[in-house]
Design a protein around this ligand. Structure first.
Ligand code: ADP
Length: 544
């Protein structure tokens, strides 16, 4: 209990309480007063029931001392009347009676809520003791009520403070999520021109032994950066509940092949022994192929990172009646039991020391768990900790119906290539120029513009087969430019491809509504470009 409450109670404990004495004989009132004076309470006298009621309505009383035999109204009737008032229903009463009280009389008293009796001649010590007990009881009850009230107002105050803190925290959390989303988006924008430049350099300087290792380093670092940024974007999608799956029936073997393919370069760097178990039966799973590949790749990537080299990593897949099971096992550092649930929390890392840092943000497993659960699946981890390795198992529902298969394979090259007339529009000159050079390198005819207005004018005279257009541009944005191009002569037949940093369904809907045929999320890679161009024109040239 804090000191202010204790002080409050001390004062309350020494405060006298009011005692109402009702008797038609003034002499008796005086004698009660003499007997009770030493108690130090406020003694209030009333010589009739009416006077007693008047006092009761004016102030609070701890108890009433009442004579049973009064001429106008007997004590029982008076108490019955008093107790009809809700405020006085529980007020204690001591009846003083000069006559012998029968059991009937007592019952009458109890029925009116009376609590004690004193007979005449009054024995002073008896009366004093009884009154003192009631006065004390009243004081304690009153103190408790005060304390209760004080506590209630403190609880209310604290609850209000808690609400304010909670709201402030929620607001900060919301701003953090927004910041993460903006940060990831802003970080991704410069990636496109950098990746395009590296691709170009690789091709232009192919065979140059001085440049090739530098390009290799740049490429690997950029890939790592792109990977981190895309994880960051995914986490901000998860926290804002905006992660969406594009599910389709997909072969389990395709997922495994793609994830394994993605992990190969990292496996080679670490020099681990890597084995993939034979898949006895291939099945279709109802999954987003890109997301599920990301899940398996993340598990492989962790197994590679958290296994001292040269270690052993094994991927196995099994099929049960209703699900497909993918299991990634390593003989690495292992995970202690208490960390096994925490590793799925955002930003949680078992060992944060810089010496042990493995180049992650602590969000890979959060993504894995969220994506698996969004598929209606489960994830489990088994490990005995300290250096004994870990095994991650995911289960995904399999497709029950007989649906067509989907694979992640790209288009095949077409030797009878035909050059396309292309227009690149981006206010980020680096992005525009590197994309232009890549397209030129692929053997196409390319023009470049740096705003929507110029793009509309150029499109009218150049009549391109396809336009790669950024969305957020000054002067005229990509949506307006697309609409205008569609309304110009020849604009209906041009393939419009939106190149943007935003890839949510809502963003796709907007580009579609503006008249775009395709929506590509930056950074666009060379192989993506080849796929797009091959789709546009089956006789387009493949990569050189
Ligand atoms: P990151 O790898 O970026 O730190 P993750 O979310 O992928 O983030 O993993 C969280 C933590 O779980 C890691 O920091 C690591 O401590 C632990 N972990 C994940 N996979 C393994 C594994 N195969 N072996 C040992 N520890 C692992």
């Amino acid at each position: 209990m804090d000191s202010s409450i204790e002080v409050g109670m001390d004062i309350a404990a020494s405060e006298p309480v009011n005692i109402l004495m009702v008797d038609d004989q003034p002499a008796k009132l005086l004698s009660y007063e003499a007997i009770l004076r030493d108690l130090g309470e406020n003694l209030v006298k009333a010589s009739s029931g009416r006077e007693a009621l008047e006092h009761l309505l004016k102030q609070d009383f701890a108890m009433i001392l009442v004579d049973v035999c009064m001429p106008e109204q007997d004590g029982f009737a008076l108490v019955e009347l008093i107790r009809q008032h809700p405020r006085f229903q529980k007020i204690p009463v001591i009846f003083i009676s000069a006559v012998h009280l029968s059991d009937m009389d007592r019952n009458k008293g109890y029925a009116s809520g009376a609590v004690d009796y004193v007979s005449v001649p009054v024995v002073p010590v008896v009366l004093r003791t009884k009154v003192a007990v009631f006065a004390d009881l009243y004081r304690k009850t009153r103190d408790l009520a005060r304390l209760n009230h004080e506590l209630e107002s403190r609880v209310l105050m604290r609850t209000e403070e808690l609400h304010k803190t909670q709201n402030a925290l929620l607001e900060m959390d919301r701003r953090k999520d927004e910041f993460l989303a903006t940060l990831a988006h802003e970080l991704r924008n410069p990636l496109a021109p950098m990746q395009n430049s590296v691709e170009l350099l690789r091709r232009v300087k192919a065979g140059d032994s001085a440049v090739e290792p530098i390009v290799g380093t740049l490429d690997r670092q950029l890939q790592q950066l792109a990977h981190l940024i895309s994880d960051l974007m995914d986490v901000s999608r998860i926290t804002r509940n905006k992660l969406e799956l594009k599910r389709e029936p997909v072969l389990l073997s395709t997922i495994i092949a793609n994830a394994t393919e993605m992990a190969r370069p990292k496996l080679a760097i670490y020099g681990h022994e890597f084995t993939v178990g034979d898949l006895v039966e291939d099945v279709l799973v109802d999954a987003d192929p890109i997301r599920l590949t990301q899940v398996v790749f993340n598990l492989l990537s962790n197994a590679i990172k958290y296994t001292p080299k040269p270690g052993r990593i094994r991927l196995e897949a099994k099929v049960t009646d209703d699900s497909a099971e993918i299991c990634v096992a390593d003989n690495g550092t292992g995970i202690d039991t208490e960390d096994q649930t925490r590793i799925f929390e955002p930003f949680y890392q078992v060992d944060r020391t810089l010496e042990r840092a493995q180049g992650g943000l602590g969000i890979g497993l959060t993504l894995v768990k969220t994506i698996v659960e969004k598929h209606g699946g489960t994830i489990d981890v088994q490990s005995n900790g300290n250096g004994t390795g870990s095994t991650f198992v995911i289960r995904i529902p399999r497709v029950q119906r007989n649906e067509p298969t989907a694979t992640l394979e790209g288009p095949t090259a077409n030797p009878e290539a035909k050059s396309l007339r292309l227009l690149v529009v981006d206010d980020n000159q680096d992005a525009a120029e590197t994309l232009t050079r890549l397209l030129l390198h692929l053997g196409h005819e390319v023009e470049t513009c740096y705003d929507g207005n110029a793009a509309c004018e150029k499109a009218a005279v150049y009549e391109p087969d396809a336009i790669f257009m950024d969305i957020g541009m000054p002067v005229m944005n990509g949506y307006d430019a697309a609409r205008q191009i569609r309304s110009q002569p020849g604009g209906k037949d041009t393939i419009l491809i939106a190149l943007t940093g935003w890839g949510q369904n809502e963003d796709r809907r907007k580009t579609e509504a503006a008249g775009f045929d395709r929506h590509i999320v930056k950074p666009v890679t060379l192989s993506q470009l080849e796929t797009i161009l091959a789709d546009l024109n089956p006789t387009a040239p493949s990569a050189i």
